[in-house]
Design a protein around this ligand. Structure first.
Ligand code: AMP
Length: 421
């Protein structure tokens, strides 16, 4: 029988889940507040509604066999209600745990992942769910508490709002005394202060667990610009060495630090009892790693898996949702993914058009395009009606492509004044 998947959220992640769900023969419903949400171009049915509209979410649940989410900030009480009534296959625990940075870090530490030193503001004990700033607390008291926390952790450190932060929003790096006062503007909502991790680079590990098997995707190096993911370079340096005779890369090519990351993150997911997809962002310093945050949904850094791997993060999420066995991925060849923000979109179109003089194998739905542009460049253009600087509009995946080749041939196309990664 054809299965119906309901996706809470209709952004580009929802679009790519829907594309894959269709490949696997499912029917897709998507819910999003924006009438022009990218996933609506691919979904068979859609519901325009807010994420706190219980009646609309119930319509989504009633119409489908299994629910998933690509948006993280559905209110907790609504999630609990939906979980009692519908098959939210991943459960709500990973979503709930990732919605609050304090809960997220407490949970990571409790389940064996190394975390940076952190202090909740306002102060509360590790298990306390102190999600509000006491109304009687004055600005001066909040500043005082921040100063005390900064002197405990030391500078540099990072102040982050506990909830609703994304792409560097809701955070401030504190390097000097002067920064403390500026950062204190965030303290009208609960925050955590974290030690600044002097990492060599950032990476993320994407895992899928169905209760029998846990699979994971190759680890790439993530490069951010202004807090937003810019490039994902796979394989990450220091995590893999060598290749199989066919040029592919997988676990047998892991270095000891790479093996340690995979085993700690797999054990974390098992120990939490999470099912479905989980992306874990890490900081790497030498042979050590530190947990930063997690997301129980496909991840921007995993877009590369569509063409770069033998199976993608979207395919494995759909396997999980549709009760199909999980497939272990291999990296076909070194791959680079470039996120295309509003400011990059014209250049991305130029690159796609130059690659073969014309676009080939493009699936077109409304304004969304995806397909092979030739010369090992694959384009995914999300069809968002309004392009704005810093808005994620598309991504390009280059395969085979090393960081060095990307640097010398492509990086300057996006950053003419800054030619090196
Ligand atoms: P986040 O939203 O927590 O992923 O933070 C956005 C970006 O800020 C990260 O990708 C890092 O580049 C940087 N960042 C966040 N937390 C820290 C930290 N504790 N130490 C160093 N850099 C950080």
């Amino acid at each position: 029988m054809t299965k119906k998947i309901g996706i809470i959220g209709g952004g580009q992640l929802g679009l790519m889940i829907a594309e894959e769900a269709h490949r696997q023969g499912a029917v897709v419903y998507a819910l999003d507040p924006a009438p022009d949400a990218p996933a609506f171009a691919e979904a068979d049915h859609h519901i325009v509604a807010r994420y706190d509209d219980l009646e609309a979410l119930e319509r989504l649940g009633d119409a489908t066999d299994v629910l998933t989410y690509e948006f993280e900030n559905v209110p907790g009480d609504i999630l609990r209600h939906l979980e009692g009534k519908y098959d939210i296959r991943q459960g709500i625990a990973p979503l709930f745990d990732s919605q609050d940075r304090l809960r997220e870090k407490n949970n990571a530490a409790r389940h064996g992942l190394p975390v940076p030193q952190y202090i909740p503001l306002p102060a509360c004990s590790a298990d306390e769910d102190c999600a509000e700033v006491p109304v009687e607390m004055t600005d001066a008291e909040r500043l005082e508490e921040l100063r005390a926390a900064v002197s405990t952790i030391g500078m540099p450190c990072v102040l982050k709002t506990r909830r609703l932060g994304y792409d560097g929003h809701g955070q401030a790096v504190i390097r000097t005394e002067k920064d403390i006062e500026q950062a204190s503007a965030l303290l009208h909502v609960p925050c955590i202060l974290e030690a600044f991790v002097p990492f060599d680079y950032e990476c993320s590990l994407i895992l899928v667990r169905d209760g029998h098997d846990t699979i994971h995707f190759p680890i790439g190096r993530n490069i951010h610009k202004d807090g937003i993911l810019d490039l994902c370079i796979v394989p990450a340096p220091g995590i893999y060495e060598g290749t199989a005779p066919d040029g592919s890369i997988a676990d047998e090519n892991l270095t000891p630090p790479g093996r340690e990351i995979i085993s700690a993150c797999t054990a974390f997911m098992d120990s939490c009892g999470y099912r479905g997809i989980l992306a874990i962002e890490l900081f790497i310093k030498g042979n050590t790693f530190v947990f930063n945050e997690m997301a129980p949904r496909p991840h921007n850094s995993g877009h590369y898996t569509i063409e770069g791997c033998t199976t993608s993060q979207y395919a494995e999420l759909c396997h999980f949702l549709l009760d199909k066995p999980l497939v272990t991925p291999r990296l076909k060849a070194p791959t680079v993914m470039k996120n295309i923000l509003g400011q990059d979109l014209d250049e991305a179109w130029k690159i796609v058009k130059e690659a073969q003089g014309s676009i080939t194998n493009i699936a077109k739905r409304d304004n969304a395009w995806s397909g092979a542009a030739g010369e090992g460049i694959y384009a995914h253009i999300y069809g968002k009606t309004e392009s704005r600087p810093k808005r994620k509009m598309a991504h390009l995946t280059y395969i085979p492509m090393t960081a060095e080749e990307f640097d010398s041939r492509w990086y300057g196309r996006f950053y003419p004044n800054n030619r090196n990664i």
